[in-house]
Design a protein around this ligand. Structure first.
Ligand code: TXA
Ligand code: MG
Length: 364
């Protein structure tokens, strides 16, 4: 951890004045070039950025986040031209995915070149690369013109930040600059696709879904560990390995048809009378819980538009912490499309405290 180091963190926001914006941009780029740390918005979540070719900057990222140094970082680039020197080869399938989804919320894992330091990849011989579509991220990456290593800008184990206030809470005093870019649009981290294996594998589901990627190459598959469920099996107790996204209160996720979920959650609300209860509902079910004595009732969005649910998920988990609730009941979603990506995060948020009352949804 950053023991004894307390940085004066500046918060920078871009405005209407282009001249001032340019000065701000140059300051951000200089900070990164000098080995400093800058949190910047991306379309997925905020990233904690440092020069990905500078091993000391990479080390500082791990320290600021309190992250184990064997968990590799993603390098962020502004232009395809930057990719060549970072990787050993660009497989055909990667080219097609880049054509279709870059800039955007897709991270691709390549064999790395010698230029990329061990400190960025946790010693792996592969490197994760992504080209964000967020305009501020793009401007910063273009200005600095270096691959910027950036994990999600949360303290290790906490939900990824989708608003500046989340970043301030976790990282103020630990980074040089925080760039305020409003609420992240996608709200969950990028899809991670490994093209160094055959067939290519999704290691983390995101907005770009398995279904989207199979339109590029029908052989692309998804690592079943991403939801800890094999071919529709009921996920067992996730146990210790899930330390991500954890809200402070125990969270329980309920699956199955929405009618059953509502009945189960209402039953659990009754059983937990006296506790401060949060319910993560959807637009379709929100009204059902209104008169049930729920202390914090959050509408994540419509089941017909799972993008909404994804956008609001991490903010909701953090809200549960702010409100210091005792227990969280979350509705589950289908294990396909964006639903799979949402469930990947939700199950981790419930890690170690998950009680799956009703499952039966095939995810393949
Ligand atoms: O949307 C995102 O990807 C955000 C924004 C800031 O770009 N970044 C992000 O970074 O989520 P991070 O470090 O929190 O998550 C990166 C994930 C980790 O699960 C890491 O293990 C995996 O990508 N990863 C990175 N490099 C890898 C590699 N070479 N092989 C396998 N997995 C890798
Ligand atoms: Mg992360």
């Amino acid at each position: 951890m950053n023991r004894g180091v307390f940085l004066k963190t500046d918060i920078i926001k871009f405005g209407e004045n282009q001249k001032e914006n340019k000065i701000k941009l140059e300051r951000i780029a200089d900070t990164l070039k000098d080995g400093g740390l800058v949190v910047f918005p991306t379309e997925t979540v905020y990233g904690l950025g440092g020069n990905g070719l500078d091993k000391n900057a990479c080390k500082k990222i791990y320290e600021a986040k309190g992250r184990p140094s064997d968990n590799p970082l993603i390098l962020h680039i502004a232009e395809i031209k930057q990719l060549k020197e970072l990787v050993e080869e660009i497989p055909e399938v990667a080219k097609k995915c880049m054509d279709r989804f870059w800039p955007g919320p897709l991270t691709i894992i390549f064999k790395r070149s010698k230029l990329v330091p061990n400190e960025a990849t946790g010693g792996l011989d592969t490197v994760a690369i992504r080209m964000p579509s967020n305009e501020i991220a793009h401007e910063i990456l273009k200005e600095v013109y270096l691959p910027i290593a950036a994990p999600s800008a949360n303290l290790s184990g906490r939900p990824s930040p989708t608003e500046t206030k989340h970043v301030v809470k976790d990282l103020k005093g630990r980074v040089d600059i925080i760039v305020d870019g409003g609420h992240s649009v996608v709200g969950i981290e990028s899809t991670v696709l490994d093209v160094t294996v055959d067939p290519p594998m999704i290691l983390r589901p995101g907005k770009i879904t398995l279904e989207d990627l199979r339109k590029i190459d029908k052989n692309i598959n998804i690592d079943s560990a991403t939801i800890d469920a094999k071919s529709g099996e009921i996920p067992k107790s996730p146990g210790q390995k899930y330390k991500h996204y954890a809200p402070k209160a125990p969270a329980i996720c309920f699956g199955g048809g929405l009618d059953k979920i509502i009945i189960e959650i209402k039953k659990n609300i009754k059983e937990n009378k006296g506790k401060k209860i949060a319910v993560l509902a959807s637009s379709e079910s929100y009204d059902e819980y209104k008169n049930e004595g729920v202390d914090l009732l959050i509408n994540l969005g419509s089941r017909e538009h799972l993008e909404e649910v994804a956008t609001n998920l991490f903010s909701a988990l953090r809200k549960c912490d702010e409100e210091e609730v005792d227990i969280i009941f979350a509705e589950g979603y289908e294990f396909r499309g964006m639903g799979l990506s949402i469930m990947n995060r939700l199950l981790k948020a419930c890690g170690g405290k998950v009680v799956m009352r009703i499952w039966g949804v095939k995810w393949k």
